[in-house]
Design a protein around this ligand. Structure first.
Ligand code: UDP
Ligand code: GLC
Length: 384
């Protein structure tokens, strides 16, 4: 089956990193069409996945866009749709990985008569998207997609609540290669030393810097923890959240935490950095659709504390394979950090259990099989 994957982003967010794993088995018979250039393209190329940047100017629809803005941006889409239609004729299937890719993919699917799959990585709720955006996404999926792959039950529920067709949808979690997360102890002590983390209890936060990812909650919690508790914030503002970045730096200064909170920027050595931490914190203040970092922490054998909402609840069972805290509550987070600091043996048992179960549950080979079975069931008789 030849697949034309579409993704609007040139930057590697979680949905894009997930797409790399999905496209890999199809690399000799697929193309990833991007609507922006950037380092995501380089990652695809280094995974030997064919990629082409199909749009040169940025599409101006944002999560909060109104109907007027949405319609205005439609005119921008027309040349792009034309290009995708011409490409799609050489493929059996269009696979849209993001919302703008869904809209373009829907129109291209109609004109090229190729079936459309939508991989839903978002929670389509009012907390995350304007009414217009939700309506456009749901209408495009309902009308044009033959299959909607949701990254969690939480994303699927929100899709249906927004008017999405349940009969189109299936849940497939993100897949990971457990081997990538096995880091030699010598590398870990080296990086800890290099980052000046010696003798610290290190909390890692791995996420793009954005208000709803809640880095400010972790900073506030650190201020309530003993002096040896330090945080590394790994990630950058990928989608223009510069005000928030400034706000975080101001918060660190105001709380006198300059020596205890380190901003490392965007990094490509996540497994190494995670393994160098004593605890990983996930602090999203709005429900997380899936939360790759939660699974990655488990695969590194590190305890994880996650905000109790959205997909995180499907990944973490309190006290069994991790810890859950009320979203947006720094006091509770600080309390959990202190418990992990004091009860190291018990915490390590939980982390070891998490590693063993996550390696099975999210194994990329099994996940890719689930996707290929879904595609085959829907499309094979029509395309081969
Ligand atoms: N990540 C990364 N470098 C960074 C920060 C994050 O490669 O500096 C990765 C992280 O390991 C994870 C992904 O970005 O795989 C973020 O995905 P997640 O599902 O946690 O959140 P998203 O940003 O997609 O909402
Ligand atoms: C999106 C979601 C994130 C999810 C990722 C991969 O970026 O925000 O929660 O883990 O997609 O599905």
């Amino acid at each position: 089956m030849k697949i034309l994957f579409l993704d609007q982003s040139g930057k590697p967010g979680g949905a894009e990193l997930c797409l790399i794993d999905i496209a890999k088995p199809y690399r000799d018979r697929c193309l990833v069409g991007l609507f922006a250039d950037g380092s995501f393209r380089d990652l695809l190329l280094s995974a030997h996945i064919p990629v082409e940047v199909l749009a040169t100017s940025q599409i101006q629809v944002r999560k909060e866009s109104s109907l007027g803005q949405g319609l205005a941006s439609l005119s921008q889409l027309i040349p792009l749709v034309g290009k995708v239609v011409r490409k799609a004729r050489k493929y059996d299937l269009i696979y849209a990985n993001t919302q703008k890719a869904l809209v373009v993919g829907a129109l291209a699917s109609f004109f090229s008569r190729r079936p459309l799959v939508y991989h839903l990585h978002d929670i389509l709720s009012p907390e995350h998207f304007s009414k217009t955006n939700r309506r456009i996404a749901v209408t495009s999926a309902n009308r044009f997609a033959s299959l909607v792959i949701a990254n969690s039950q939480a994303s699927l529920n929100a899709f249906v609540a927004a008017g999405g067709r349940q009969d189109l949808a299936a849940i497939v979690y993100n897949g990971f290669d457990p081997k990538v997360y096995q880091i030699p102890e010598s590398d870990v002590s080296q990086i800890r030393q290099h980052l000046g983390l010696h003798k610290q209890f290190v909390i890692g936060h791995f996420s793009r810097l954005a208000p709803w990812k809640g880095q400010h909650i972790l900073i506030e919690a650190i201020a309530q923890c003993p002096e040896n508790v330090t945080a590394i914030l790994v990630g950058d503002a990928l989608f223009g959240e510069q005000d928030y970045v400034q706000q975080l730096h101001q918060q660190v200064t105001a709380l006198g935490l300059e020596k205890r909170v380190k901003f490392l920027g965007f990094r490509s050595d996540i497994p190494l950095l995670m393994t160098a931490c004593d605890l990983i914190a996930h602090t999203s203040t709005s429900p997380e659709p899936f939360g790759r970092v939660i699974v990655e922490a488990m695969l590194c054998g590190k305890p994880v504390v996650a905000a109790k909402a959205g997909g995180a609840i499907e990944l973490v069972e309190q006290g069994v394979n991790g810890f859950l805290v009320t979203p947006g509550n720094p006091q509770e987070l600080a309390q959990t950090i202190i418990t992990c600091l004091q009860e190291t043996e018990k915490t390590m048992v939980i982390a070891r259990h998490a590693r063993a179960t996550a390696s099975q549950r999210f194994d990329v080979a099994t996940i890719n099989q689930q996707i290929s079975q879904l595609l085959e069931k829907k499309f094979i008789s029509k395309t081969d």
